[in-house]
Ligand binder design. Structure first.
Ligand code: ATP
Length: 213
C-alpha cells in the first residue's frame, strides 16, 4: 500500500491540515500518513515556534488517529531541511511502496522555489487539494512553468517521466491558516474549533505566538 508524506511548518498544526490528510488518505487508500514538521530555518521568524514544539503539537493533534504518524527526521538532520532529502531517505526506507506527497494548491504553485524541484518530482507522487484564496485552475496551469514541460496531462492528473503523477483530490474548502491562528492568539482571540483542544492547551502553557505580527 501507498504512504502519504505530509511535510509542512505546522506552526501550529490546524484542522485543515488534519482534514486534508484524512481526505487524501481515504481517497487514495493510503496505509498511513507521515506528518513531517520542518526544522528551524537559519534565520528564525519571531513567530515561528521551535521545531520540537511544532512536532509536539502535531503529536498531540494526531494522537487519536492510528493511521497518522509524526516523524522527527527533519529535526534530527543538521543543516537546512529540504523535502528532497527527506524523500531520498524515505524512498530507501520504504523501497517498493509508492509515496504520495500531500500539499495545497498554494504550495504546488511555488514548487519551483524548492530545493532541487526536478529531483523532488522524480521521487514522489503528489496529491493536491484546493486551498481557498489560491488559484483555482487545471493542474497543468498550476505547476510552475519551469517544471511543467516534463509532464504529460491525463484525466485529472499529470504524469512525470519517472512514472509518478500529480493528482488533485476533492476537498471541501477550509479557509483555515496557521498565520491567521497566530494573529488570533496574539490579539487574545479564540482559536477554538480551528485547532484541537490539546493544541490550544499547549499553545497557552508554552505562551506561543503571543507577540505574533
Ligand atoms: P501559514 O499560514 O503560516 O503559511 P499554513 O497554514 O499554510 O501556514 P503549512 O504548515 O505551511 O501551514 O502547510 C502545510 C501544507 O498544508 C501546505 O502544502 C499547505 O498548502 C497545506 N494547507 C494548509 N492549510 C490549508 C488549507 N486551509 N487548505 C488546503 N491546504 C492547506
Amino acid at each position: 500500500m501507498s504512504l502519504g508524506i505530509f511535510g509542512g511548518t505546522f506552526n501550529p498544526v490546524h484542522f485543515a491540515h488534519l482534514r486534508l490528510a484524512e481526505e487524501v488518505r481515504e481517497a487514495l487508500a493510503l496505509e498511513r500518513v507521515l506528518f513531517i514538521p520542518s526544522a528551524d530555518p537559519p534565520h528564525k521568524d519571531r513567530d515561528l515556534a521551535a521545531a520540537n514544539q511544532r512536532l509536539e503539537m502535531v503529536q498531540l493533534a494526531i494522537a487519536s488517529n492510528p493511521s497518522f504518524e509524526a516523524l522527527d527526521v527533519e529535526l534530527r538532520r543538521p543543516g537546512p531541511s529540504y523535502s528532497v532529502d527527506t524523500l531520498r531517505m524515505l524512498s530507501q526506507r520504504y523501497a517498493g511502496k509508492p509515496l504520495w506527497f500531500l500539499m495545497g494548491t498554494d504550495t504546488l504553485a511555488e514548487l519551483d522555489t524548492w530545493h532541487e524541484p526536478e529531483t523532488f518530482l522524480g521521487l514522489t507522487n503528489i496529491a493536491v487539494v484546493g486551498r481557498p484564496g489560491s488559484l483555482h485552475c487545471a493542474l497543468e496551469l498550476l505547476v510552475p512553468e519551469r517544471l511543467a514541460g516534463s509532464f504529460v496531462a491525463g484525466r485529472g492528473l499529470l504524469r512525470h517521466p519517472s512514472g509518478h503523477e500529480i493528482r488533485s483530490v476533492p476537498f471541501p474548502p477550509l479557509g483555515v491558516s496557521a498565520s491567521d491562528i497566530r494573529r488570533r492568539v496574539a490579539r487574545g482571540a479564540s482559536i477554538q474549533y480551528l485547532v484541537p483542544d490539546t493544541v490550544i492547551d499547549y499553545i497557552q502553557k508554552n505562551r506561543l505566538y503571543e507577540g505574533a505580527a
